[in-house]
Design a protein around this ligand. Sequence first.
Ligand code: HEM
Length: 138
Amino acid sequence: MNRNAFIAVVVILVLIIAGVVLAKSMGQDQTVVENPTPTPLATATSIPSTASSTAKTYPLTEVAKHNKSTDCWLAISGKVYDVTKFIASGMHPGGEAILQGCGKDATTLFETRPMGSGTPHSAQAHAALVNFYIGDLK
Ligand code: HEM
């Protein structure tokens, strides 16, 4: 009987130890499951790329398609402007000279006005560009 009781105690002890080891390993599993918690960080890293993609970009080949008075885009200093309505309004003090820039990188034309005064546009003219901005030159 004593011997049987001893064996029973040993079996119970082994079961308890096995239970503790199992419980510990399950606890470790839970720690591993916690690892996906930093996912918000991964989301955060994707935010700057979203922000940087907000401005539209156009290659010069796209600007080139808008090359007439009724559909006129200009690229000036890396930015793209749709001046179609400005032309239609007849408000450009330089008249039809602006048409020479349609569908082109018109930076030099805008800054030098070779067919006019040969000087850069005024600060007021530079400030007015914002009204026609549609995106950046790719
Ligand atoms: C590249 C295209 C353009 C060309 C070739 C051009 C050319 C001219 C010319 C020849 C004049 C007359 C004065 C002079 O002879 O110097 C002028 C005046 C003027 N243009 Fe343009 N222009 C262009 C685009 C624009 C745009 C996009 C704006 C508006 C955002 C603008 C705004 C003005 C203003 C306000 C004046 C009056 C003078 C001044 O403030 O500088 N122009 N432009």
